[in-house]
Design a protein around this ligand. Structure first.
Ligand code: HEC
Ligand code: HEC
Ligand code: HEC
Ligand code: HEC
Length: 497
């Protein structure tokens, strides 16, 4: 009898375990079904990402982890030459390394570059500065049309563009398919003869959703049909996406982003040609997409989903690199460190050369050099800085495209050298052959050299933060497009206080 009781007990336990397992499998299947199914959002343009949480908790929770990448890294402090390179332009005021997507709006409002507007008509920047920061941008473009979106000041949309990069930036909320909602990318891909989005494969789309923002662009000036002045985000790809092709595009248009305050050079600012650089590297050439490394598939129990915590893939190598590479993590990391060191060497050399060229040109102007004398040297400076910027502004291009990064930096150094030879001759002509441009200065020194009223900028920003910004938040809440809870515990971090 005893034997039977034991057997019975064992069977009961086994049955219990089996049912628990089946229940758990069913539950996971339910969840997997939910992930694969498409809930109907009432609102075609739901830009509050937290509204997607009930349907897609894993994607939402991992997306929200981009909040953990919150360190401010002041690039002007690390490389004070940047202040001289960007004299007369917003970037000399404030420039930090990127943080998590969660901070896109926060950082756009905090940077000294966007200034301290006091109403919807003031401030230094156009509306276009919001373009790669928020899902509210494609919403406004759809509701008001591109022409209206691109006209007016940045401050015009303070209470409309309020949620950081989120679901609707990359997905069609009705179908949850990947979707690019910014038309300028499609226009540019067609102009460059690369593809058009309607024919892009799923694998291509895993890169294209990022290329909406991680690309080179400029603001093309335009008068709209309603007679308004507009600054339209345009990708300069009509001749191709290489550094020389875009340089020619800008030269042919005689376009400049600004005139350099010291050297008076008509300058170009490279934004972040991340997609263009990636295309030239080993991964891009094999169509290893941005998402393959930055958004790996993740298995949790029986559930497979895409990790939406977009950050540094090296923090997650087993799920990214190791899917494809057979060598050890350690040897890959050593390889990457070497690539970075090689880039840093040329990067710093180029930066110092270009900074010296600007200051030498400034001295030549001071001594009475003429426009005609200066023009050839200024052209070299323009091209040198554009190339240097192109190579380093899409930050880890040293990894995405190591050879191209070094090639482009090599040509930047060459152009800077050409400029300095020409300037040395001019300086000699005006009796200043012994002029030595300041070097090894700090961020504060550099801001003095270029005459930047740093403290005034901070004061204006503080008034904006306490005043207009608070009104924007209240209005956005009233419009039903902003949930203050979503940013409740965000720490206020900037480079300047
Ligand atoms: C709507 C525009 C937009 C889209 C779409 C976008 N990004 Fe970004 N990305 C940004 C901006 C803006 C920042 C800088 C945010 C900040 O510093 O506040 C950024 C930052 C980053 C960072 C740095 C994160 C960190 O923690 O340092 C990485 C990595 C990144 N993006 C990769 C991607 C990838 C991969 C995709 C596509 C899957 C993508 N991004 C899509 C605009 C975008
Ligand atoms: C920067 C672009 C980007 C953003 C922002 C983004 N996604 Fe995704 N999402 C992707 C990519 C890329 C994939 C992979 C698609 C593929 O390869 O089929 C994906 C896949 C998905 C899937 C399909 C299932 C899976 O896990 O693969 C769901 C559901 C999803 N995302 C929901 C969301 C939600 C909810 C948000 C907002 C909290 C969001 N996504 C924000 C790019 C993005
Ligand atoms: C083969 C893997 C891989 C692919 C593909 C890839 N990346 Fe990266 N990405 C990395 C690694 C690794 C880093 C971090 C490098 C470092 O800083 O050490 C990185 C860093 C970044 C950063 C962070 C910059 C910073 O300073 O915080 C951005 C932005 C970025 N990638 C965007 C993209 C975009 C956009 C694409 C597609 C066009 C892409 N990546 C494709 C591996 C990849
Ligand atoms: C989806 C597959 C895939 C993933 C994921 C991937 N790689 Fe690669 N990797 C490739 C392919 C394909 C090549 C090109 C190989 C060739 O040309 O022989 C390559 C080449 C490389 C090279 C040599 C080329 C160069 O640029 O120096 C390095 C280094 C490298 N990968 C590092 C990484 C690291 C680090 C990661 C993770 C952040 C990673 N890869 C993720 C597929 C991948």
């Amino acid at each position: 009898m005893k034997k039977y009781k034991i057997l019975l007990a064992i069977s009961l336990i086994a049955i219990g375990l089996m049912s628990a397992l089946v229940a758990s499998i069913n539950e996971k299947k339910e969840e997997q079904k939910q992930i694969n199914s498409v809930p109907q959002m009432d609102n075609r343009w739901e830009t509050k990402s937290e509204e997607f949480r009930t349907h897609y908790p894993r994607q939402f929770d991992s997306w929200r982890k981009t909040k953990n990448s919150d360190e401010i890294h002041d690039m002007l402090k690390e490389y004070p030459e940047l202040v001289v390179l960007w004299a007369g332009y917003g970037f000399a005021k404030d420039y930090n390394a990127p943080r998590g997507h969660f901070y896109a709006i926060e950082d756009n409002r905090n940077t000294l570059r966007t200034g301290g507007p006091v109403d919807e008509k003031t401030g230094p920047m156009p509306t276009a500065c919001w373009t790669c920061k928020s899902p509210d941008v494609p919403r406004i473009m759809a509701e008001q049309g591109d022409d209206e979106y691109y006209s007016g000041k940045w401050s015009k949309y303070g209470s409309d563009i309020i949620n950081p990069i989120g679901c609707v930036d990359c997905h069609n909320p009705k179908t949850m398919e990947l979707q690019v909602n910014r038309k300028y990318l499609d226009d540019a891909l067609k102009a460059a003869g690369i593809t058009d989005l309607a024919n892009a494969s799923q694998q291509d789309m895993r890169t294209m959703v990022c290329a909406q923002c991680h690309v080179e662009y400029y603001f093309a000036k335009k008068t709209t049909s309603a007679g308004k002045k507009a600054a339209v985000v345009t990708l300069p790809w009509a001749n191709g996406t290489s550094v020389e092709a875009m340089e020619k595009y800008y030269d042919d248009l005689e376009f400049s982003d600004w005139t350099h305050k010291i050297s008076k050079t008509p300058m170009l600012k490279a934004q972040h040609p991340g997609y263009e650089m990636w295309k030239t590297g080993a991964h891009g050439k094999n169509n290893v997409s941005c998402a393959d490394c930055h958004m790996p598939y993740t298995q949790e129990g029986g559930i497979k989903y895409t990790d939406h915590n977009i950050g540094n893939p090296l923090e997650n190598m087993s799920k990214t690199c190791m899917n494809c590479h057979r060598v050890s993590e350690k040897s890959l990391l050593a390889n990457i460190a070497e690539k970075k060191a090689r880039k840093d060497e040329l990067h710093t050399k180029a930066m110092k050369q270009i900074s010296a060229a600007h200051l030498e040109a400034g001295k030549a102007w001071e001594l009475g050099a003429t426009k005609e004398e200066m023009a050839p040297a200024l052209k070299d400076i323009r091209h040198a800085q554009w190339r240097w910027d192109y190579a380093v502004a899409s930050h880890p291009a040293f990894f995405h495209a190591p050879e191209e990064t070094l090639r482009v930096l090599g040509t930047a150094l060459e152009k800077a050298g050409d400029a300095r030879i020409k300037l040395a001759k001019i300086l000699a002509k005006y009796g200043a052959s012994d002029y030595k441009a300041p070097a090894n200065y700090s961020k504060e020194d550099a801001q003095k050299i270029i005459g930047l009223p740093f403290n005034k900028l901070i004061e204006e920003k503080k008034q904006f933060n306490d005043g207009l910004l608070q009104e924007w938040k209240k209005e956005a809440e009233k419009k039903g497009i902003y949930n203050p809870e979503s940013t409740k515990d965000v720490e206020h971090k900037t480079s300047y206080n």
